[in-house]
Design a binder for this molecule. Structure first.
Ligand SMILES: NC(=O)C1=CN([C@@H]2O[C@H](COP(=O)(O)OP(=O)(O)OC[C@H]3O[C@@H](n4cnc5c(N)ncnc54)[C@H](O)[C@@H]3O)[C@@H](O)[C@H]2O)[C@H](O)CC1
Ligand SMILES: [K+]
Length: 503
């Protein structure tokens, strides 16, 4: 699913109005009907609804919704916040349509003194500003937003919480943003919903399709996309009858050190479960028996060092390489890393301390093999790319890094973001907080290595890998809960994740 910047939404709207064709007031009616149906489904017993309305079409949606709820016998009060002298054309039309309902009290709020008391059982509908917001909120609407946020009422935001910018909130005033319990977004999520610091405003969010024109959605370009099962499934290569293990490639995994052999085991097991034909695990000498016992399917290559990574086997036999899980960043590992980057001609996954080594020695960035994939968590990202004060800026830095170095750069977290060399960013919807556990990243590295070895491009291997990893986490959490989930469970649920993905 594409995610468009707020600035493009008016364009998509106008195209729909002209080419469907549909009157703009009818498009508003269709959108509001979707809101109405969703709200009634969520709160089937009529509740007191207090609807706060702004001057634009977001306010128009609120006014149309008020009429629909009143028809269904919900107790509705409408508060039109006096922000400008007139309402938008369609909002004005909906105000006239609403006035016919004598059961609905309509108040014009010229000052915050007219703010009603909000009870915990009330439903507050936030229809103050939508995608047309152009600057931080001040004055009367700011006071109203603060009062709503101070209440215990359930808050439902129409399209986007008022005050939140669709993308860049780096200069916003956080006091002037509605804190919604539920956000019902028209047709697409907004980019800002995917950033952790905005979760306090967005609450849960859902997308309501409102029938915007498919041609313009197809034609209009955007760098931001949300992964879906259908899309990820369409990227899979089918297995054929006469395939043999050579068909699915041979991966080299460089991992483990003294005290961290678990990372090597997890990444190796995950790699095999993700379908690679052959795996060679290169580990320090102390890990030999551990690996042979825990992962009998893996071949083992032994480092001359007992405890760390200092060398690697002949690379010619491998289709892909991964380095990082559980390695250390000792001086000798850094030296071996210089050689590895120079010699490798196949795509590489670079994770954990391998990222930190490059972060500490930025000149290594000039030797990255084509098709490299980086998988940092936020702290490793900071060491590699730099510090950002907010997620939008971080996302921009991520995109620029991916482009400049021609790499795929994953930023792990809720809605893991995958930035590709050509400038696009894919956000992943699978996964849950149960996966915030030791070894989860090692499993991801193993999976991506496995897919690269099987011949998927770096971009596709990363997309499938990230999606599958999160899906395994979701299936595991469904069965055993989030608290008890460990990285090993992610591997155990990989088979089910594959089946669900291919269903
Ligand atoms: N395609 C769709 O998704 C549809 C969306 N609908 C709804 O329309 C709004 C967008 O409406 P728009 O009129 O463009 O913008 P707003 O309602 O957000 O209001 C903008 C209004 O306010 C002024 N303004 C902007 N920022 C400020 C500010 N900080 N302080 C004061 N005033 C401000 C601006 O100049 C405008 O006058 C979308 O979110 C949906 O809810 C349609 O109903 C259906 C199709
Ligand atoms: K809103």
């Amino acid at each position: 699913m594409k995610i468009f910047p707020a600035s493009k939404i008016a364009e998509i709207d106008s195209y729909t109005i002209e080419h469907e064709p549909i009157e703009s007031i009818d498009l508003m009616e269709r959108a509001s009907r979707k809101l109405f149906k969703r709200i009634v489904k969520k709160f089937p017993a009529p509740r007191n609804c207090k609807i706060f309305v702004g001057p634009g079409n977001n306010g128009g949606d609120g006014l149309a919704l008020a009429r629909m709820l009143a028809e269904k016998n919900y107790a509705v009060e409408v508060f039109i916040i006096k922000i400008s002298d007139c309402l938008s054309k369609d909002a004005e039309e909906n105000l006239q349509r609403l006035k016919i309902f004598k059961t609905v009290d309509i108040y014009e709020m010229a000052s915050v003194d007219a703010m009603p008391w909000l009870f915990p059982d009330d439903i507050v509908i936030d229809a103050i500003f939508g995608s047309g917001l152009s600057r931080p909120i001040e004055g009367l609407p700011l006071e109203v937003i603060k009062a709503i946020n101070a209440s215990e009422a359930k808050v439902i935001a129409v399209d986007i919480p008022s005050g939140l910018m669709g993308e860049d909130n780096s200069k916003n005033d956080y006091n002037g943003i509605i804190k919604a319990d539920l956000t019902l977004s028209f047709q697409f999520p907004k980019l800002a919903f995917l950033f952790p610091e905005n979760a306090q405003f967005v609450g849960e969010w859902e997308v309501l399709p409102i029938g915007l024109h498919p041609d313009i959605i197809e034609k209009e370009q955007t760098p931001y996309k949300m992964l879906s099962r259908e899309f990820v499934k369409s990227l899979l290569m089918p297995r054929k009858k006469f395939d043999h293990k050579g068909t699915y490639g041979h991966g080299l995994l460089i991992s483990g050190s003294y005290g961290k052999m678990g990372a090597a085991i997890l990444a190796s097991r995950a790699g095999l479960r993700a379908g690679m034909g052959l795996l060679t695990s290169h580990i320090p000498r102390l890990g030999y028996e551990i690996m042979q016992t825990a992962v009998p399917e893996a071949m083992v290559s032994i480092d001359r060092s007992d405890i760390i990574f200092t060398e690697f086997p002949d690379l010619n036999q491998f289709n892909a390489v991964a380095i990082g899980p559980g390695i250390d960043k000792k001086q000798n590992s850094y030296r071996a890393m210089i050689e590895l980057l120079k010699e490798s001609k196949v795509p590489m996954v670079i994770d954990a301390d391998a990222i930190n080594i490059i972060g500490e020695h930025p000149e290594l960035k000039d030797d990255l093999p084509m098709g490299s994939v980086f998988t940092p968590h936020p702290k490793e990202f900071e060491r590699l790319v730099g510090k950002a004060e907010d997620s939008f800026t971080r996302n921009k830095m991520q995109r620029e890094f991916a482009k400049e170095h021609s790499v795929t750069l994953v930023l792990k977290g809720a809605y893991t973001a995958i930035a590709c060399p050509e400038g696009s960013v894919y956000f992943n919807p699978t996964g849950n907080p149960g996966m915030a556990t030791a070894g989860s990243g090692d499993v991801l590295t193993g999976i991506i290595l496995s897919l690269l070895s099987q011949g998927y491009s770096s971009k596709v291997a990363t997309i499938i890998g990230v999606y599958l990893h999160g899906l395994a986490g979701d299936l595991a959490a469904e069965k055993i809960g989030m608290e008890a989930l460990t990285a090993g469970d992610l591997i155990n649920y990989l088979p089910k994740a594959w089946l669900r993905l291919k269903k």
